[in-house]
Design a protein around this ligand. Structure first.
Ligand code: TA6
Length: 289
């Protein structure tokens, strides 16, 4: 189908009523709803929703760069390109196809992009919605070059929360992190859970456990499980930064939190013909707090 701007999109539905909406613009998950049709992802009311602008919300695919410390647009170009439906992808690792619905998308190097990032690649994304409404993203990057290339990667996930000051994140205890607010200096997390009372912009390193986001007011817990994506980005712009972001409402920071499965500290290097796979599974439960 097409969205309100005529952009092709695919809607996945689970038999119990959960759904996910994936846009070919950026290979971006734009919506993920639970069985009560509640929207679980945040999108700014001020976001422009059509190419070439980046959509400020949902789950942008950040490739081949994360952040804006590089030569490419913020978070790389993949999030701003039109992807294609991948009719016959090389077999993905086992996906239990009778208990899930999924869509395969593909982005390959374009002539224009080769001018700014001179590497031939195939980026494949499989978005999976399971029977019980879990959302999985499996990404694969293959090097079609004649020489190695390196890239950073993130599923930049904007979770919808009822009130950021009532949110707690667990699973990052004792990890080191790079603090974007202190020119990426390295610190160690001392707290026993992450709570929020000001801007946070960090890359937690080599987190292997699941990460849980407790939304106190909604009595809801998001759980993030991942493979092949060693880092976790945690970002809330708070009030001052929100005012500085043109397509972001001044008080929208209260209702969102980015927690991104990512590979940032150590970029991934692929030799010609090699392929990398990253996988993240998002689930949400009515939590007993
Ligand atoms: O660390 C996350 C981050 O790089 C923040 O510094 C902020 O720039 C944010 O991403 C911007 O993401 P957006 O989706 O708005 O481009």
């Amino acid at each position: 189908t097409k969205d309100e701007n005529g952009i092709p999109q695919v809607i996945l539905r689970s038999p119990r009523g959960a759904s996910a909406r994936v846009s070919l613009h950026g290979g971006q998950v734009r919506s993920w709803k639970n069985e009560r049709n509640e929207e679980l992802l945040f999108t700014s009311n001020k976001s422009k929703l059509k190419p070439p602008a980046a959509v400020r919300g949902g789950i942008p695919t950040c490739f081949p760069q994360f952040g804006n410390r590089g030569t490419l647009e913020q978070h790389g170009f993949a999030r701003n390109r039109m992807w294609a439906v991948d009719e016959n992808p090389p077999p993905f690792q086992s996906v239990d196809s009778n208990s899930t619905t999924f869509i395969d998308l593909l982005l390959t190097s374009s002539d224009d992009d080769l001018k700014i990032w001179p590497h031939s690649y195939e980026l494949r994304l499989r978005v999976i919605l399971s029977v019980d409404g879990h959302l999985s993203l499996i990404s694969r990057v293959r090097n079609f070059n004649c020489k190695p290339f390196s890239f950073a990667f993130a599923h930049h996930t904007y979770f919808a929360v009822s009130d950021i000051s009532e949110v707690r994140v667990e699973g990052l205890e004792t990890l080191d992190y790079l603090d974007n607010l202190c020119n990426r200096e390295r610190f160690t997390e001392q707290g026993d859970a992450l709570t929020f009372e000001s801007e946070v912009d960090r890359v937690y390193l080599s987190s292997s456990d699941a990460v849980a986001i407790f939304d106190h007011e909604k009595k809801r817990t998001f759980v993030i499980r991942k493979e092949g994506l060693p880092d976790i980005v945690v970002w809330n712009p708070w009030d001052k930064k929100s005012r500085a972001i043109v397509d972001f409402g001044d008080d929208e920071y209260k209702h969102m939190l980015c927690v991104d499965a990512a590979a940032i500290e150590k970029p991934i290097t692929l030799k010609p013909g090699e392929e990398w796979t990253g996988r993240v599974e998002l689930s949400v439960t009515a939590s007993i707090q």
